[in-house]
Design a protein. Structure first.
Length: 547
């Protein structure tokens, strides 16, 4: 960096200007909810920073296309069309955003070097970590920048260190959750909080939240992390936890990749159970269904997993996420769906091993008796722990074999406050979805408790003590995905008009106003953290939060 007395003064001036502007934003916000004027202030800050920052830096301006020859990245940075094309597409298959180059790092230092190069240059270039690319809207893309292919860091020999006494694992975040599970199970241990699908990277889910049927009992994955190593947008690496650099720790958890690239996570472990009793109960009445769900998640020592789904008249009751119901029962389930048009499925699991084997059946029996499902419509499976956690894999392989996996996925995921969930059922499941009659595939709806999240983390969640995760997990065709996307817009508009305070999970917002609304009272903190850790707005541009 070409620092001098003058540049130091300028840096000070920038900091003071930013601090004043933030103070102004906060005061304005307290006085009113005037979002456009807040955004204008943000633009002013960006403008001032952009104007002044170049004076403090080198005259060279490395860009992805002229750092390709940089010796530090020899053999690791590529602009080969096969690599950039692959990095341009994600699981959503509705965007194609080409980077200029892809970095295949072999060490954390490679990522530090790349970010430093961008940060120290006159006109920095965007950089995005790409885990397994299972985003839906180009969130892991870096238009005209560099995508860091995190998976190239995976090294079987050094990716995971388990502490049996500390009950935690230090894991390279490029690893998939299934890989972590397989390693920890070798030692009889397991992480406690999961996503439904395990072929996602640690870094990718920790950047969002990581939710599933375990969230009500254990909290999301981001609540089950003890420590992180994060490379900020300045190219500085820091170890952070609740006690050390706690602001960076909480910023990065659910931070949508905005504050740094997480390279290591210390994940909580428990003794692994051996098996799971996995049950489904069918309901025709939404309020009975949600009442039972809410009661079950309030019982602290109860189930290990609780989810729920909506079933519509679209052929056999199974879907790609799991084949579950015995074929001999398909007809009567379908005829119940036809009769009621929308029915609901409560899905729960209770883990057990040799020590609890004798009591688990009794507990399941008691549970069944206490629930208000339609009698005769209860289904039970007894599976190994790993088969339970990895239950979505069979569906994935099945779709892959039919060429139906790499298709457009116009998914929509929401957090709906408990007080609004009946209106949501009436207006969306029984309203928009039935009327349009295009949605197929899993429709998830299950509650979680706010107390299991930490307010300092970056994921935006509703204010109420209990809120529902709702997921529309659709598969579409390349020529019809926009119809589903239109339906997503219709659902969001319905929620907005009804003032339901619904928040997107795995969010996508086309405008900054959308992001300001998304984060609500957290927005100022989010912006302040961005300036603190990534002042040149280098990281994760595909989230479209800062332009
Ligand atoms: P990517 O798509 O590669 O990246 C996502 C974002 O994280 C990008 O902004 C990227 O820049 C950033 N990022 C990636 N790695 C890092 C890192 N190391 N440090 C900082 N930022 C980083 N989510 C749930 O919560 N629960 C579920 O049950 C669930 N099921 C899913 C099932 C399927 C089939 C799919 C496709 C997705 C599912 N998801 C679920 C969503 C998933 O958790 C997110 O899309 C997640 O981001 C995917 O991880 P990834 O490794 O593919 O991330």
């Amino acid at each position: 960096m070409g620092g001098s007395i003058n540049t130091d003064l300028l840096l000070l001036f920038i900091d003071i200007t930013k601090a004043k502007a933030f103070k102004h934003i906060s005061q304005k916000n307290m006085a009113s909810n005037n979002f456009p004027s807040q955004s204008h202030l943000l633009v002013i800050i960006i403008f001032i920073t952009t104007l002044l920052t170049p004076i403090t830096t080198n005259n060279t301006s490395p860009q992805p296309w002229n750092i390709l020859s940089n010796d530090n990245f020899a053999g690791k940075l590529t602009s080969a069309s096969s690599s950039v094309e692959a990095a341009a597409i994600d699981f959503g298959h509705v965007t194609k955003i080409l980077p200029s180059a892809v970095l295949n790092p072999s060490s954390v230092q490679d990522i530090i070097d790349l970010i430093k190069l961008s940060f120290d240059s006159q006109s920095s270039f965007p950089i995005a970590a790409r885990g397994h690319g299972h985003s839906f809207r180009g969130q892991a893309a870096a238009k005209d920048g560099v995508v860091v292919n995190m998976r190239s860091m995976v090294n079987e020999d050094r990716g995971i260190k388990v502490s049996r006494t500390g009950l935690y694992a230090d894991v390279d975040t490029a690893w998939l959750w299934i890989e972590v599970l397989n390693k920890t199970l070798e030692l009889g241990l397991t992480p406690v909080s999961w996503t439904d699908y395990l072929y996602l990277t640690i870094g990718g889910t920790l950047s969002n939240g990581g939710i599933s049927g375990q969230t009500s009992r254990y909290g999301p994955q981001i609540s089950n992390v003890l420590e992180l190593d994060v490379i900020t947008g300045k190219g500085e690496i820091a170890t952070c936890s609740n006690d050390t650099n706690s602001d960076l720790f909480y910023a990065a958890l659910g931070g949508l990749g905005q504050f740094g690239i997480i390279t290591r996570a210390r994940i909580k472990l428990e003794l692994a159970p051996k098996r799971a009793k996995w049950l489904r109960f069918l309901y025709t009445d939404f309020s009975e269904f949600t009442r039972d769900q809410e009661r079950l998640i309030s019982e602290t020592d109860g189930l290990h997993f609780l989810e729920g789904s909506v079933m519509l008249d679209h052929g056999p009751p199974d879907n790609w996420r799991s084949t579950y119901y015995p074929p001999s029962d398909h007809l009567r389930i379908v005829s119940m769906i036809k009769r009621y048009r929308v029915i609901y499925c409560l899905e729960v699991a209770k883990y057990y091993d040799e020590t609890s084997q004798h009591s688990v059946n009794e507990e399941i029996e008691k549970l069944s008796e206490s629930l208000n499902y339609v009698r005769g419509f209860v289904y039970e499976k007894d599976v190994t722990y790993i088969d339970f956690l990895n239950r979505v894999r069979t569906g994935e392989l099945n779709l892959k074999s039919k060429g139906q996996w790499d298709v457009p996925h116009p998914w929509l995921n929401l957090f709906v406050p408990k007080s609004q969930i009946s209106r949501f059922d009436y207006g969306v499941f029984k309203g928009i979805i039935l009327r349009n009659n295009i949605t197929t595939g899993p429709l998830l709806v299950y509650p979680m408790k706010r107390i299991m999240w930490n307010d300092q983390m970056s994921t935006a969640i509703p204010e109420e003590d209990v809120f529902y995760a709702v997921g529309f997990l659709r598969s579409a065709e390349f020529d019809n995905w926009e119809a589903y996307d239109k339906e997503n817009m219709e659902v969001l508009k319905f929620c907005e008009d009804a003032k339901m305070d619904v928040i997107q999970y795995l969010p996508y917002h086309a405008s900054q106003e959308g992001w300001v609304r998304h984060f609500g009272p957290m927005w100022n903190t989010f912006v302040e953290r961005k300036y603190r850790y990534d002042p040149k707005m280098i990281l994760s541009p595909g989230q479209n939060i800062f332009r």
